[in-house]
Design a protein around this ligand. Structure first.
Ligand code: SF4
Length: 132
């Protein structure tokens, strides 16, 4: 299951009493010009992979912004007040050293793989390693 929880989409859906939208099909999507479609896709993938911003996402995942976002007060915790400024770097380094297992993609075709598989080794959320 994929849950879309960013950008207030859920709030808008809730205000319309809309619980969910599901789209399903059985047909195959065939481009009008398969060769041009493949060429455009390859170009797009190359541009994505060569982007410095994307390379940072590939290397650090969305957690890579943790320290800068903390300093900027860009966390929703405690009503957007900066609250980890003095500890953000140590928190990120501890996470990277102790919990990070590998990159993860939402789906096979994503070249970014900004997600992370992590192991929670202690505390309330302790969990076994899951590589699924
Ligand atoms: S589709 Fe790719 S870039 Fe988007 S969230 Fe998933 S892994 Fe990250």
């Amino acid at each position: 299951m994929i849950i879309e929880g960013r950008a207030g989409i859920g709030a808008v859906m809730g205000s319309k009493n809309l619980f969910g939208v599901a789209v399903m099909g059985r047909g195959k999507v065939v481009p009008a010009d398969p060769a041009a479609s493949t060429a455009a896709l390859r170009t797009a993938m190359k541009v994505i992979r060569e982007s410095r911003g994307i390379q940072a996402l590939m290397k650090h995942g969305t957690m890579g912004d943790y320290v800068a976002n903390s300093v900027a007060g860009d966390f929703p915790t405690k009503n957007w007040r900066p609250n980890f400024q003095d500890r953000a770097e140590a928190i990120y380094e501890a996470y990277a050293a102790n919990n990070l297992i590998r990159n993860a993609s939402c789906h096979r075709g994503c070249p970014v793989a900004c997600g992370r598989v992590v192991h929670v080794i202690a505390g309330e959320r302790t969990a076994p390693i899951s590589l699924s």
